[in-house]
Design a protein around this ligand. Structure first.
Ligand code: HEC
Ligand code: HEC
Ligand code: HEC
Length: 361
């Protein structure tokens, strides 16, 4: 006898109803304390591995560099170690009751490819507590984390602390907040190849605007979103004033003289053929708008990364950010590197040049 579509529909509705009744009756436990059955555990983790493997197909992996590590390590300390522990600290005992328990990453990282780690860190794992990256726009930050995770299994407590600084504590206490910033931004932790900007000696108005932009989301960064999440308005004001009054150190350079020459040319005169204005018409000059950032003595790697973000429309920023996006879209990649090298090697404490051309918009 053939089953008609009516019987089939009845069967489907019946099964759905039984499912609802079982769910409503409360016989399915949701307690984390009892754990999963072996089979559920195997199915869930298997499903997670397959899902990640499929999502990672076709992902292009960028080249990793040392410049990615300190920023990612600092973020790991404040955003990941609370669940996964670190070489300097075992995971908190209270999390042993989580289901699933956050794994010790040292053991599991070697079982994943770079593209798969990227998927996990970018999107998180549903139903497990493993969170997604705080902002979706910043794949570059997620890749930096993947570069750090690759290095992670080989780190001991000392080498981990060196990379991560002391970015640990995030309490409301003002001095401990400053300590957490200093884990990444301490003036003496600055070096040419870093993605972490120099704050010492930066204009207070720009620092204030930038912190506000991280808080209200107009400047997307997962790393800074986590760093500012517990700051009050007064903390922000105090921190901007503090960093602005500090003395910056001067960086060395790895750039060639050809690069520095080209960088200086763009900074002073721009490139009219490519519709690039002179950087000094807005930056690092006397009578500059106090809300515009100073670039001198900023790490070259950081400057290049920000220029790339501006030109791809992902940088965001304070109230004047649109002005800078229009400049960056016309900069060629090698000119970005050249002008970044020029500003990185300038003495951040030197007198600012007077710029004859006037401010251009
Ligand atoms: C709130 C706790 C929590 C935080 C914070 C957290 N994780 Fe996780 N993470 C988990 C849990 C739970 C799992 C297990 C998921 C599973 O088994 O399916 C996990 C899984 C992972 C995995 C896959 C490991 C495996 O083989 O199952 C990686 C990689 C990872 N986390 C990295 C990170 C990184 C990097 C950060 C910080 C950006 C982070 N996690 C922050 C809880 C957390
Ligand atoms: C985990 C490392 C880390 C910690 C901790 C951290 N920062 Fe940052 N900070 C960064 C990175 C990386 C950037 C660049 C982010 C971007 O791409 O916009 C940044 C950018 C900034 C900027 C913008 C600077 C500029 O030139 O545009 C300010 C201001 C700032 N941070 C202040 C702080 C303050 C204040 C704290 C402490 C509450 C803090 N940061 C904690 C890594 C960190
Ligand atoms: C018309 C004015 C103007 C010109 C010309 C200009 N900029 Fe900018 N620039 C800005 C403003 C405004 C910001 C701040 C945006 C924000 O974060 O709110 C900025 C930000 C930047 C930043 C980010 C700094 C940081 O700490 O994050 C870099 C890097 C930069 N500019 C490089 C350049 C370079 C290189 C040139 C020359 C090719 C240039 N700018 C020309 C206005 C200008």
């Amino acid at each position: 006898m053939l089953i008609g579509w009516k019987q089939l529909a009845g069967l489907v509705v019946g099964i759905a109803l039984i499912g609802l009744v079982v769910g409503w009756s409360g016989v399915i436990g949701v307690e984390a304390s009892t754990g999963h059955w072996k089979i559920t555990d195997w199915l869930l983790h298997g499903a997670m591995r397959s899902s990640v493997r499929t999502a990672a197909i076709g992902t292009e992996v960028p080249t990793f560099s040392e410049s990615m590590l300190p920023m990612a390590a600092g973020h790991y300390e404040s955003g990941c170690a609370v669940c996964h522990g670190s070489p300097a600290m075992p995971p908190p005992a209270s999390l042993r009751g989580m289901l699933p328990v956050p794994p010790d990453l040292k053991d599991v990282i070697p079982t994943w490819t770079d593209a798969e780690l990227f998927q996990i860190v970018q999107h998180g794992v549903r139903f497990t507590g493993m969170p997604a990256w705080p902002v979706m726009e910043r794949e570059d930050e997620v890749w930096a984390m993947v570069a750090f995770l690759r290095r992670y299994p080989a780190l001991d407590a000392e080498s981990y602390r060196q990379l991560a600084g002391h970015a640990a504590s995030q309490s409301g206490d003002a001095s401990r907040v400053l300590e957490s910033c200093n884990g990444c931004h301490a003036p003496e932790r600055l070096y040419t190849d870093s993605l972490i900007p120099r704050l010492a000696g930066q204009g207070p108005a720009y620092l204030r605007d930038s912190l506000a932009a991280y808080v209200n989301g107009t400047r997307p960064s997962g790393v800074m979103a986590v760093a500012v999440q517990s700051l009050s308005d007064r903390d922000r004001e105090a921190l901007a004033t503090h960093f602005a009054s500090q003395t910056a150190i001067r960086l060395g350079t790895k750039a060639t003289s050809g690069q520095l020459g080209r960088g200086e040319q763009i900074a002073h005169s721009g490139d009219s053929e490519r519709r690039v204005p002179a950087c000094h018409s807005c930056h690092d000059r006397t009578n500059a708008n106090p809300s515009y950032p100073r670039l001198s003595g900023q790490p070259a790697a950081y400057l290049v990364a920000q220029l790339r973000l501006f030109s791809s429309g992902k940088r965001g920023g304070g109230p004047y950010r649109a002005v800078m996006s229009r400049v960056a879209v016309n900069l060629a990649a090698d000119d970005m590197a050249a002008v970044a090298a020029y500003f990185a090697t300038r003495d951040p404490n030197a007198e600012l040049p007077t710029y004859a051309g006037g401010e251009r918009r």
